[in-house]
Write a protein that binds this ligand. Structure first.
Ligand SMILES: *Cc1c(COP(=O)(O)O)cnc(C)c1O
Length: 359
């Protein structure tokens, strides 16, 4: 197996694991994996750091399944072929790099590259179809943000914003902080997980400091195996800059949808100082039905694997992304027949009846 230790982030990116030959330096591939790589029209690949976490002999390995194309991607029963247009509709006219679904906050797309292309990601086809790829005009986005005084909170996303070079990130953060109505900068990045070498002293210098406008970072860590010593260190380095770090996990069948793995993931996140923020239902994007669970599954896992067993600090909000925004999903409560009370159940199956309070 190849060692990824000691490589800088730029060296890691110069040697992506994105061909069969490179992949086979890390694992024994299956005939299905080989056929998927040879036949699917798709962008795929990861970093040497993340590839080194793959189990060389287990095709069901949670890292392998997030990285290696699968023949199951040809199937589509529940995904919407128009998922991107659907989920981003309703948005008012904004530059292509600004997604607006809420009155006070927007997503600002600044990069169309990732260090690791997640098989379950809805933006995969965006990267694949250059015609549908938004032109990421950052200055145009900044201009729009300056003019829209109702926006308080900017979520920088992509692609992965931390694949920009330091000078670009510095410029972006500086310009956003100069806008008087912006009070919160958030950054969605998977680099601490798939490319922890990216959290360099140079990047830390850009993020560091006691500022009027704080930075909150959201990771995506889906399985305890992704939590490594370099990853924990990268998180600590971010926190030491005064940046807050949360996690947005995706519920993935066969990867993190069993109670034990799910609990272990959330417990371990807290021990590396990461606060679980969202658990996303697998998006209604095409070709990812093999990752899909029943809709209620995430709420049941939170109730049965987390609540009452580990601290509330470890409990994420479970949501599904739709054309009308993110919608929270709760484990179903039972209404009594008369409808004058509701019955709530805990993880052990015990129930309590509470009165319904009229408006
Ligand atoms: C997810 C999302 C946000 C941020 O939502 P929070 O619930 O505040 O984390 C903002 N805008 C869009 C378009 C989003 O999809």
């Amino acid at each position: 197996m190849e060692s990824a230790a000691g490589q800088s982030w730029t060296e890691q990116l110069k040697h992506p694991v994105n061909t069969l030959r490179r992949l086979e330096r890390f694992i024994e591939t299956t005939p299905g994996e080989r056929e998927a790589i040879a036949t699917l029209q798709t962008v795929w690949g990861t970093t040497p750091h993340f590839a080194a976490l793959m189990d060389p002999r287990d095709p069901a390995c949670p890292i392998r399944r997030q990285v290696i194309p699968s023949l199951a991607e040809r199937e589509n029963r529940y995904g919407r072929p128009d998922f991107l247009a659907w989920v981003e509709q309703g948005a008012e006219a904004t530059p292509a790099c600004i997604l607006k679904a809420y009155p006070d906050r927007v997503v600002f797309l600044v990069s169309d590259r990732c260090a690791s292309y997640c098989r379950h990601c809805f933006r995969r086809d965006l990267i694949l179809c250059p015609g549908r790829r938004p032109r990421l005009e950052r200055e145009e986005g900044l201009r729009w943000l300056r003019e829209h005084t109702e926006i308080r909170d900017v979520l920088i996303s992509g692609g992965d914003p931390f694949l920009l070079v330091d000078a670009e990130i510095d410029h972006l953060v500086r310009k956003l902080r100069e806008i008087p109505h912006i009070t919160l900068i958030r950054i969605g990045t998977r680099t601490p997980v798939v490319l922890p070498q990216r959290i360099t002293p140079g990047l830390m210098k850009i993020l560091r400091g006691y500022h009027r406008v704080p930075i909150w970072i959201s990771l995506q860590c889906n399985h305890p195996r992704e939590i490594t010593e370099p990853m924990a260190r990268a998180v600590y380095d971010l926190l030491s800059c005064g940046v807050s770090v949360g996690n947005q996990a995706v519920l993935l069948r066969g990867i993190n949808d069993d109670a034990e793995t799910f609990r272990e993931l959330h417990r371990r996140l807290l021990t590396i100082r990461v606060r679980p923020y969202y658990l996303f239902y697998c998006d209604f994007a095409p070709g990812i039905d093999h990752f899909r669970t029943p809709l209620e599954k995430g709420a049941e896992l939170i109730r049965d694997a987390l609540q009452g067993q580990i601290t509330g600090l470890a409990q994420p909000h479970y949501v599904v992304s739709t054309n009308i925004g993110k919608i929270p999903i709760q484990a179903r409560e039972r209404r009594s027949r008369a409808g004058r009370s509701c019955r709530l159940r805990n993880a052990e199956g015990k129930t309590v009846t509470l009165p319904r309070i009229p408006d």
